[in-house]
Design a protein around this ligand. Structure first.
Ligand code: SIN
Length: 530
């Protein structure tokens, strides 16, 4: 096996941000007021989960609304696992952060001169701001990307894949990355902020783009950081099911504006499952759809938009309308075939309320982080808000801290693994995705989880063995994250929110605690009372 050594000094970058979704872009902009920022992204700056977010961003900006109501909705949907203090921070600071987005020029849709607000599942009020109808993430991403590109204190490096965190004296001192030309470069940094998004790609069917491979979670875990609540993955109830069209998200706001769910027999079923019917929490709707598909021996249900006029559909959901039309489905005339798909990870790298992970010098923000705001089930449209609120908090914490000088003094050595063929990587990735969809989907069972964990036994080589192909690194990250998810799901012997164990179907009050994994150690943190 070849050996690679990196000798100091390495390129210094006071603040290093990994990832270019809302958390990465916004935190970069904020931190540029404190010092120089280097932003590394494995794809292009515009490619992230954020860019695919449709529904919007939740904030209690309406005079009829309040952060307290937003707090209560979030806590209720999180089924006892939200950390009350984290949610308080989210809903109270969120309104100011959304106003900043408006100042950054995000063109939110307006109604009589003020932001138009829509509704999503389990919100007791209309409080979701949206842009270009159903392309909120794309518009936020565009506005922030423009500011980042124009900011002289931010250096962006695209197609740069981080393969390892550089640790010395138990502190994160930067990262090692493969650049676009295939060369390796080490970046030393006084603070490294992981904003690498989610991991929907561990599943065969997901609303997430192909870049959502849980990279930050794998990097942090392998460097010794704690990760929490990895069993809680949210399935979005309504992803397009119209093969060969991709599993495109059909926003929950479609149901918020009156869309109804019907089974293949044309029966409306959600009122039989929950008093909020189509606007019940996502875990409830996804399980109900699964039951209806089983009952009617079908692989889909339908979203019926007949309460909206064709003009309303085209104006309010231009992106969904156009995309479906491209695949030959005119949603002003026909019902939309849908089925659930993996959508959002509620757990992630454990952080405190300033984004600090359990490793000094390492921060995490956005979907990759778990500061405790989502609990067992995320309230719709709280995720973009989370990226802003905690990105701001990380900035303020770093503004007040004394910058440390990156401290890489010793030769860092890695074993270089021979490249695996692209065909093998693709088929291994597919195998993992099918396994996770079968055993770690909406319904889980201990027997299947045990077998899956055995199948995905850890790679033989240690963390200091690397391969330089981004596709191979992604596969390894997916495997690491999948193992953490299964392990957490096995540990939690109850059903709660998005985690449903067929062998433990009840919610057990003694399980009102966070599952924390670091290395081979498992810990449980009780959730403080409100
Ligand atoms: C949606 O538009 O349904 C997705 C919004 C979210 O996941 O928060």
């Amino acid at each position: 096996m070849a050996r690679l050594s990196i000798l100091p000094p390495v390129a210094p970058a006071p603040f290093l941000i990994i990832g270019s979704g809302i958390a990465g872009l916004y935190t970069a902009l904020q931190l540029s007021s404190v010092g120089q920022v280097v932003l590394l992204t494995k794809d292009r700056l515009e490619e992230s989960n954020t860019a695919y977010a449709q529904g919007g961003i939740a904030a209690a900006i309406d005079p009829q609304d309040s952060p307290q109501l937003h707090y209560e909705d979030t806590i209720r949907v999180g089924v006892g696992l939200c950390i009350p203090e984290a949610v308080t921070v989210l809903v109270h600071e969120g309104t100011e952060r959304v106003r900043e987005l408006i100042q950054y020029g995000v063109p939110f849709d307006l109604l009589e001169g003020i932001p138009a607000l829509t509704k999503e599942a389990a919100h007791s009020r209309r409080r979701i701001l949206h842009a270009d109808g159903d392309a909120t993430g794309r518009e936020i991403s565009r506005s922030l990307t423009r500011h980042v590109a124009e900011n002289p204190r931010i250096t962006v490096m695209e197609e740069t894949m981080v393969i390892s965190l550089l640790m010395e004296k138990e502190r994160c001192q930067g990262v090692l990355a493969v650049l676009a030309d295939g060369s390796l470069k080490a970046f030393a940094s006084s603070a490294t902020i992981l904003c690498t998004g989610g991991c929907g790609q561990v599943y065969a069917t997901t609303t997430n783009p192909s870049v959502a491979t849980g990279d930050g979670i794998a990097l942090a875990y392998l460097a010794g950081a704690s990760v929490s609540n990895m069993e809680f993955i949210q399935f979005h109830p309504t992803a397009l099911y119209f093969p060969p069209a991709p599993r495109f998200l059909i926003s929950e706001t479609v149901r918020g504006e009156g869309g109804l769910l019907r089974n293949t027999r044309g029966e409306r079923f959600m009122p039989n499952y929950h008093e909020l019917a189509e606007l019940a929490p996502r875990d409830v709707v996804s399980r109900a759809i699964l039951q209806e598909m089983e009952r009617t021996e079908s692989d889909r249900v339908y979203l019926d938009l007949s309460s909206l006029t064709p003009e309303q559909i085209r104006n309010r959901f231009p992106n969904i309308f156009e995309t479906c039309l491209q695949y030959g489905l005119d949603i002003t005339e026909e019902k939309i075939p849908v089925a659930p798909a993996a959508h959002y990870l509620m757990g992630g790298i454990t952080t405190d309320l300033t984004g600090q992970t359990t490793i000094p010098g390492l921060y995490a923000c956005g979907e990759t982080a778990d500061p405790g705001v989502h609990g067992a089930n995320r309230l719709a449209s709280n995720s973009l808000l989370e990226g802003l609120v905690f990105g701001h908090r990380i900035t303020e914490a770093l503004r007040q801290s004394t910058p440390t000088v990156p401290y890489i003094t010793e030769d860092i050595s890695y074993n270089l693994k021979q490249e695996t063929s692209p065909e093998t990587i693709t088929s291994d990735r597919r195998f993992l995705q099918e396994l996770m969809s079968a055993q770690m989907g909406i319904l889980r069972h201990g027997d299947g989880l045990v077998k899956s964990l055995e199948t995905l036994s850890p790679p033989e080589q240690e963390a200091t063995t690397i391969c330089l192909t981004p596709a191979y690194i992604e596969l390894q990250n997916l495997r690491t994250v999948a193992r953490l998810m299964i392990k957490s799901a096995l540990i939690r012997r109850e059903s709660r929110g998005s985690h449903y164990r067929e062998d433990y179907p009840s919610t057990d009050p003694t399980w009102r605690r966070r599952t924390i994994i670091s290395g081979s150690k498992v810990d449980y943190w009780p959730i403080p009372d409100e």
